[in-house]
Design a protein around this ligand. Structure first.
Ligand code: FES
Length: 105
């Protein structure tokens, strides 16, 4: 059952635009700030088992650093080859200074 989980503070993003959230198991999630909005997607590329957490971000798209597949940070949708599958995306909400994402525990 998915539930809202406190994962960060907005102040954590004063010097960075991303944070790795490790919920254990297969749930390593990248939390990204684009403009004033926050997005959460799987930290793992759907092409091969490598992390996208360090990928370049442009126009709310993140590029996998290994082979260059791009994913929409809003939806997890794959936007180009070599990825042929999306990555998981997670709802995010901000209340005051606290950032929550909705995921299974
Ligand atoms: S591992 Fe990400 S595009 Fe290949």
């Amino acid at each position: 059952m998915a539930e809202w989980i406190e994962v960060a503070k907005t102040s954590d993003f004063q010097l960075t635009d991303r944070k790795l959230v490790d919920l254990g198991g297969h749930q390593q999630i990248g939390l990204f700030k684009v403009g004033s909005d926050f997005y959460a997607v799987s930290a793992w590329c759907s092409h091969q088992k490598t992390t996208i957490i360090t990928g370049d971000i442009e126009a709310c798209e993140i590029e996998c650093p290994l082979h260059g597949a791009r994913f929409d940070l809003k939806t997890g949708r794959h936007l180009c080859l070599p990825a042929v599958k999306p990555i998981a995306s997670y709802p995010v909400k901000v209340e005051g200074d606290v950032i929550y994402l909705k995921a299974d525990r």
